[in-house]
Design a binder for this molecule. Sequence first.
Ligand code: F6R
Length: 374
Amino acid sequence: EKAGYKHFMLKEIDEQPRAVRDTTLGRVSLDTGKVFLPDMKITDDEFRAATGITIAACGTSWHAGLAGKFMIERLARLPVDVDYASEYRYRDPIPNPSELGLLITQSGETADTIAAQQELIAKGSKTLAICNVVGSAVTRLAAGVITTNAGPEIGVASTKAFTAQLTALFTLALHLAQVRSTVTPEQSLHLVTELAAVPGKIETILRSVDDQCCDLAKIYGNARDFLFLGRGIHYPIALEGALKLKEISYIHAEGYPAGEMKHGPNALIDESLPVVCIATQDPTDPSSVLKYEKTLSNIQEVTARSGRVIAIAIEGDEHIGQLVEHVIYIPQSHELLLPILEVVPLQLLAYHIAVRRGCDVDQPRNLAKSVTVE
Ligand code: F6R
């Protein structure tokens, strides 16, 4: 069933254009910009009355939650907390029934996530699930479900489920924004048009960066450590890039907010440390451009200490090519959608490094696809 692929992981990376497309199918109107969320026992009035959202999830799904916080806060102006599901119930959370609970889980069977959901419900919150498995435990407990239509994910390292989760979070953020009137109809139309263009852009990336990631794996496959840096909504993608590399190649990797480097981790940098920097920008968005400029100065701090920088940047950015050793280019998109594109080269980089190191890509040691114990 690997359809000619050597590994499920690579097959699932390649399926992402379809996974993202299927996750928006029937839920967004390209004529009006409207978002429709079926399977929702949470009314628009309840969405309007909500004072905040608590997201609980684990691993890669938690990274999606961190990115989702930026989407929801930016579009719907609703405060979002993101917790590790394994931490939530043990920190004696303050009950607030006007807050919605949001669980993000590929399998819907992660014990920690189910426990967090039960805690949220016990505290009086309605819960919403973003889940890839219809009928799973988390979906049965939830008042509303947004199904990620990624299809079955076999590789232990999550890839297409993650990009589908980001897609679902974007549609949820936009739906909340529409219900709460924090976006205009014109803005909505623009956002869904950008969303609809994402699958084609992933296809472009899959075609254009695979060879380059293979070459980079040759150069850096023996590194002992890796750093991944990003700012804002790109920081969760740095975390995800580091997690992918750790879990399948067994190389120690850390994701860090680029601006925090000078508060400690700069001490780690030397000529043997590859540093992957997410340095993308949406030129139509001043806050994104500012973040990009700050990231450039963080990159210069790394190169000044002889760190080996691999930048992820937007096509046409020649300036960055002069600053760093390697640049992986991706197409331009809306700031809140760039994460879906940025993660693809990071998945491919981790994949090619793991293959070169002879690792069992689909079944990494010590890991299970779904973690049903706390
Ligand atoms: C990483 C990975 C894990 C899962 C985590 C949560 O590639 O797959 O970190 O993301 O165990 O699993 P779900 O999403 O099924 O709750």
